[in-house]
Write a protein that binds this ligand. Structure first.
Ligand SMILES: *[C@@H]1O[C@H](CO)[C@@H](O)[C@H](O)[C@H]1NC(C)=O
Ligand SMILES: *[C@@H]1O[C@H](CO)[C@@H](O)[C@H](O)[C@H]1NC(C)=O
Ligand SMILES: *[C@@H]1O[C@H](CO)[C@@H](O)[C@H](O)[C@H]1NC(C)=O
Length: 413
């Protein structure tokens, strides 16, 4: 009688296991569940400068200066204006460009390719005393208007800071009909160029503490051609971050660091750093990995309460749980690149599998005792396993969570 109850219990567990196994293996192969990279257009590598500006235009500055060009009637350029030359500056001092940034969204964090996709508006302000609003323009402006907004295409006739994004893989402009950019000329010759861009940028990630990890991405905006003696960038304090950015997996913290000079060439180039700190939300993994694996381990531990006579049922229980855990961890592992070091998730997985392995070893040992007619040892082995395994698992949990959480705290966010 007792034996058939055991059999029924084991059968139910087997069926549950089979269902779980199937569910996990569905995740494994299905491309829907894989975090695929963004589709990229390899031709699209232009950085910061919208296509129109990058184009090699026939029209020279001289032609632009001719008043036959209606655009030009609005502006007065110095006689010797040349957009190759830096705006006039005091001797020994660089041209100062105030840069402010509006982080609109972080669209995707791809851990496999270690690429972050985001959308920003970038605004640059500088003085170019060679360009002034003409009387014609002033006549068309109200007294309370401080600037004139020009078509951003005209930017190709202006000197514009040659800013680019370091390690950007792709850059897109979310164009509707007109470029999402603007060019303003203020009454005091302050020029402002603004553009909305959407780009993918590489971010080095470290998964040692996965899934309790915190990733720090430095996005560097640099001048390509000018040295710090010619040009300098300042983060203007009007930069802001959309407070409603919500990432499924991360909490986001943003900071902007000014005064960064590249130091990998003999000359220093000015740059600015936007730092994204991505702190992974643990709750998803607690629900998806940690609690289920604790439940599976508990079930496998319950197999110790099945009488030693039903050794086949015991083995079946432990084996299926081992398979379930393996399938589950394989699907979990897909959200992390194949790093060579051991992550905290790996430690957890291997420990869980090891506990089930110890139980399997215990069953085999009990079987061995029975076959060698040493049954009197069996109750002792059984009760020791029943007590020692949970204690070991709880100890492991304390150490594990202490490590994960203390490392998480050490990032200070
Ligand atoms: C840059 O910002 C500083 C401080 O707000 C301001 O004094 C300076 O005039 C700005 N420069 C330009 C070129 O806009
Ligand atoms: C920017 O800084 C200036 C002085 O440093 C301050 O007066 C101004 O309120 C700040 N603006 C913002 C938006 O924080
Ligand atoms: C963020 O969302 C709240 C509520 O949906 C809204 O009131 C607020 O204006 C939003 N903030 C921004 C910067 O969009």
């Amino acid at each position: 009688m007792a034996l058939s109850v055991n059999r029924a219990l084991v059968l139910i567990l087997l069926i549950l296991d089979a269902i779980a196994l199937k569910a996990y293996s569905k995740y494994e192969g299905d491309p829907k569940f894989m975090k695929s990279g963004v589709k990229r257009n390899p031709q699209n590598f232009n950085i910061m400068k919208p296509k129109e500006f990058a184009e090699d235009e026939e029209s020279s500055t001289r032609e632009f200066v001719s008043s036959a060009n209606p655009d030009l009637r609005l502006l007065n350029f110095d006689e010797d204006y040349d957009f190759n030359l830096l705006p006039p500056r005091k001797p020994g001092q660089p041209v100062i460009v105030n840069v402010s940034l509006n982080l609109r969204n972080v669209l995707q964090v791809n851990e496999i390719t270690q690429i972050v996709t985001m959308e920003i508006s970038i605004r640059m302000n500088w003085f170019d005393k060679r360009i002034r609003l003409s009387d014609h323009a002033l006549a068309h402006m109200h007294d309370d208007e401080d600037f004139l907004t020009l078509n951003p295409r005209l930017g190709r006739h202006f000197w514009i800071p040659d800013i680019f994004i370091d390690q950007a893989k792709d850059l897109r402009e979310p164009t509707f009909h007109v470029l999402p950019a603007s060019l303003r000329v203020h009454r005091d010759s302050n020029i402002r160029f603004a553009a909305r861009v959407n780009f993918d940028v590489a971010c080095n990630m470290d998964f040692r503490n996965y899934p309790g990890d915190t990733q720090t991405c430095d996005i560097k905006f640099e001048s390509f051609g000018y040295t710090t003696r010619q040009l300098n960038f300042n983060w203007h304090n009007s930069s802001n971050v959309n407070e409603n950015i919500s990432l499924a997996q991360f909490d986001l913290f943003v900071s902007m660091n000014a005064g960064y000079d590249t130091d990998y060439y003999e000359m220093a180039y000015p740059g600015l750093i936007l730092t994204l700190v991505l702190k992974r939300k643990l709750s998803y993994h607690v629900v998806q990995t940690f609690i289920p694996s604790i439940i599976y381990l508990t079930v496998s531990w319950l197999a110790l309460f099945v009488p030693p006579q039903s050794i086949a049922e015991r083995l079946a229980m432990a084996m299926t749980i081992m398979l379930t855990l393996t399938a589950m961890f394989a699907s979990e592992r897909q959200s992390v690149p194949r790093v060579s070091y051991v992550t905290h998730l790996d430690v957890w997985m291997l420990t869980c599998v090891f506990f089930v392995f110890v139980e399997l070893a215990e069953f085999t040992f009990v079987l061995h005792l029975a076959m060698n007619h040493k049954e009197r040892l069996t109750p002792w082995v059984e009760s020791t396993a029943k007590i020692v395994l949970p204690i070991l698992f709880i100890t492991f949990n304390i150490v594990f969570w202490y490590r994960v959480l203390s490392e998480r705290m050490s990032h200070g966010v």
